[in-house]
Design a protein around this ligand. Structure first.
Ligand code: MN
Length: 442
């Protein structure tokens, strides 16, 4: 509705196509592809978005195909800026009659500011009564009060603050009108109780995820208008039916590109390039066991539009991953880590792609300490890091758990807490089922 404070947040008139937190290449590529499709098919204003920083692979692909990065949305919970109405304020030194005339014409409260915009408070019905009392006492009419003399303090909130964080205070408060300031305490707008308790919702299309726990913070307060994904189901209820497409293919970009094949508009080279990158990244250039013929077929179509050789380009893309060097243990562990429940234990599995497993020894101790730290802090039964060499297509596993569990792992031991997984490359299709059956037997 108003103001510059909302430029870094969402707008109720826009639909955002957004991937999961800690977005990977597929989350970025599918947001760009789906937004392009919707921009051409629907009348609504649609924008691609992302719930976190662009990773190295996505940076590489966006630069290569000269596509703008999707817009960052850090949180979609409604703030006071989404409900505030910019009611004209009066200056503190203006004669009171200026404000009273406006109240007489139906305005419920009049914001009062100092020169420069600092909010002083508001004039409401209390000020009106005081003005009347003042006149009654001084019928001779000596001094006419200005607005500052009678200004009231009223409940005031920051435009950036999430309404939900103040909901209890708002419900308890006696007044029906609230004042909103920006981060410099300057007047921003006014809002009524009814408006603040029924804020507009962000409209989201979820791509490459469907579980609300993996979505952008605040998504539980948003309206989910569609889902396109290739992961297991774990979604929340919606209030009305929505397009919900979840299919077991190698990448979300595959599903969106297939829809583009039937589309009358010509897919731009850049959009084709970033969606091809999503397929190549998620399928490890068609070598992951999650790969299907649908991924291969649509990738060929995209590669022609993007004018690249998919295998050569795929290798460049995969090699643009930063690996283990120059990154903190926390960054390596938490960039792509997922939670599971297996045999009544909380299990956490992180995965990192490298181009050489020889990077491991120099980081082993450091990573094992960080794993131990998370095991204890998060009270997990098992935590591991799957380190996948995307060139040789082999993985190693670094684990922390109790001694008994570690002793039962059926994988060849390389070093303390380090195991060989052979040709496993897929967490969801290979490692998760293998660990599940191991943990159930212990
Ligand atoms: Mn994906």
């Amino acid at each position: 509705m108003v103001g510059s404070e909302r430029d870094d947040t969402w707008d109720a008139a826009t639909t955002y196509v957004i991937g999961h937190q800690r977005p990977d290449m597929d989350a970025i590529g599918s947001a760009i592809g789906k937004a392009w499709l919707m921009q051409n098919l629907a009348s609504d204003h649609v924008v691609p978005a992302r719930a976190g920083q662009v990773g190295s692979q996505a940076r590489f692909a966006l630069d290569r195909f000269e596509v703008a990065s999707p817009r960052l949305l850090a949180n979609v919970s409604p703030t006071f800026s989404h409900v505030a109405f910019r009611q004209e304020p009066v200056d503190a030194e203006s004669p009171l009659s200026d404000a009273l005339l406006r109240m007489a014409s139906g305005e419920r409260i009049i914001p009062v500011i100092r020169k420069g915009g600092k909010l002083l408070g508001g004039l409401g019905s209390l000020a009106l009564a005081r003005a009347y009392a003042h006149l009654a006492r001084h019928l001779e009419g000596t001094s006419v009060p200005n607005c500052e003399r009678l200004v009231e303090t009223m409940p005031t909130y920051q435009a950036r603050d999430h309404i939900l964080d103040h909901r209890n205070a708002l419900l308890r408060s006696e007044g029906d009108d609230f004042l909103i300031v920006n981060s410099a305490d300057k007047y921003f707008g006014t809002v009524t109780r009814r408006q603040v308790l029924n804020p507009p919702k962000a409209k989201l299309v979820l791509v490459d995820h469907n579980e609300i726990t993996q979505a952008v913070p605040g998504a539980e307060e948003a309206e989910i208008v569609a889902v396109v994904d290739h992961h297991r189901l774990g979604n929340a209820m919606t209030s009305s039916p929505i397009p919900f497409i979840v299919e077991p293919v190698g990448s979300t970009c595959t599903l969106i590109s297939e829809a583009c094949q039937w589309h009358p508009y010509r897919l731009p080279r850049g959009v084709a390039g970033v969606m091809l990158s999503g397929i190549l990244s998620d399928t490890l250039v068609f070598k992951s066991p999650t790969t299907t013929d649908r991924d291969r077929n649509v990738a060929q179509w995209l590669a022609n539009i993007a004018q690249v050789d998919q295998n050569a380009y795929g290798r460049e893309l995969i090699e643009s991953s930063p690996g283990l060097s120059d990154r903190s243990a926390a960054d390596i562990l938490d960039t792509d880590r997922k939670s599971y429940e297996m045999a009544a234990r909380n299990v956490s599995i992180a995965q990192i792609e490298v181009t050489d497993l020889n990077e491991i020894p120099s980081r082993r101790q450091d990573l094992l300490e960080a794993l131990r730290d998370r095991l204890e802090k998060e009270q997990l039964g098992f935590i591991c890091l799957m380190i996948t060499d995307v060139i040789s297509l082999k993985s190693h596993l670094l684990c922390q758990a109790d001694i008994v569990t570690l002793g039962q792992l059926p994988f060849p031991r390389v070093d303390d807490h380090e195991y060989e997984l052979g040709g496993m490359v897929s967490r969801k299709k290979q490692l998760v089922p293998a660990l599940q059956s191991v943990l159930e037997e212990i």
